[in-house]
Write a protein that binds this ligand. Structure first.
Ligand code: GLA
Length: 363
């Protein structure tokens, strides 16, 4: 592993960072112009930058211990470098004069567990470039640029939630986002509650292909219902006349939006937990993006005293689950659920609350 001092031959010009996200409610709603409620993770990605002084970009990830270098007019090879290059190019398209850079990134976010390590990488790098160049880019525009970097340079067809959350959310509040207008505001967490986030230990294998399939199904459902996006469906019963599986997909999205709007009006922790459980059932039965391990892990969490509700978080097909728990009981509930979940073939881990014994990632 190379140290920042060695990489920069001294100090960087700018240090920036950005968090990952855990979505509490509102899954697979962002690309339907809908609503969601993520929070920022305590885990963050750091990006340090400095003009390279030559005609090349040089990127290094201490987490992967990988480096890439390429000329100003060339492209980074696919991998972590394409996310960073995307950020540089998006800034250039915005009219910002970005010199060839040395960029050093590191993270304590688990990569591939569904906590949006890619959005954190993009937002951290864009923040670093914004500070270095003095670019006039607000936090919403920065989130949009991060999303475009991911879609166009890393070829992941994501919505806007992860980048908005990384750019704007904090750890103490829910961030309400309207994906159509990008209006957003911070809301208090349900009173007397705290979070548990656990990785199921199952990599999200089918996520990309199924994600694109679900997006296409939602577009088709919206077309058949004669609305611009499923967000515009006001009568939840109207989806029942669609053919299967569009009916089930649309049912999930329409009702998930209703759950978010109810939660955003302010509900007790117990009610929030019920909404999370309903969200998971809908993702499992109607949207069909859960897998057995996520169902089992949620069930183990719900069995614990003090747990109000649990659901898969992120795209599904593996990755993480989130639970809402009575304040002060998260550590023991998470440990007990992990103990009951793990088998010889299945090893989960606790991501939040952060516990030294559970966090093997380097910073
Ligand atoms: C991934 C995408 C987000 C969102 C979620 C599902 O995390 O990056 O834009 O669509 O899946 O809610």
């Amino acid at each position: 592993m190379i140290s920042p001092e060695t990489f920069f031959d001294g100090a960087p010009a700018v240090n920036a960072s950005a968090p990952g996200r855990v979505n509490m409610l509102g899954e697979h709603t962002d690309y339907n112009d809908g609503f969601m409620l993520p929070v920022a993770t305590p885990q963050r990605t750091l990006a340090a930058v400095k003009p390279s002084g030559d005609d090349h970009f040089h990127f290094y990830s201490s987490t992967l211990d990988e480096s890439v270098s390429f000329g100003r007019k060339f492209h980074a090879p696919q991998g972590f470098g394409s996310y960073i290059e995307g950020c540089v190019r998006l800034m250039e398209e915005h009219g910002v004069d970005v010199p060839p850079l040395r960029v050093y990134v590191s993270t304590n976010l688990p990569v591939g567990a569904g906590m949006s390590s890619s959005a954190a990488l993009e937002v951290a790098v864009l923040r670093a470039i914004r500070e270095l160049t003095g670019a006039n880019v607000d936090d919403v525009l920065l989130a949009r640029m991060a999303q475009q970097a991911e879609i166009r340079f890393a070829h992941v067809n994501c919505g806007i939630m992860d980048q908005m959350a990384s750019s704007i959310a904090d750890e103490e509040h829910l961030l309400f986002i309207d994906a159509r207008t990008l209006e957003h505001h911070l809301l208090p967490m349900p009173e007397g509650a705290e979070l548990i986030v656990m990785d199921s230990g199952v990599p999200r294998k089918l996520a990309a292909s199924k994600y694109n399939e679900r997006r296409a199904e939602c577009n088709e459902a919206a077309r058949m219902l004669g609305v611009q996006a499923l967000r515009d469906v006001t009568d939840p019963d109207s989806v029942e006349r669609l053919p299967t599986p569009l009916r089930e997909r649309a049912r999930h999205v329409v009702r998930e939006n209703m759950r978010v709007l109810e939660a955003a009006r302010g509900v007790s922790a117990a009610r929030f937990g019920e909404l999370m459980n309903a969200s998971h059932a809908s993702l499992r039965d109607d949207y069909e993006v859960s897998i057995e391990e996520l169902d089992v892990l949620c069930a183990r969490l719900r069995e614990q005293p003090g747990v109000y509700g649990a659901r898969l978080t992120g795209a599904g097909f593996g990755g993480a689950v989130v639970a809402l728990c009575e304040k002060g009981r998260a550590q023991s509930a998470a440990r007990e659920a992990l103990f009951r979940y793990n088998t010889a073939h299945r090893q989960g881990r606790i991501l939040i609350p952060e516990m030294a014994a559970n966090n093997g990632e380097s910073t």
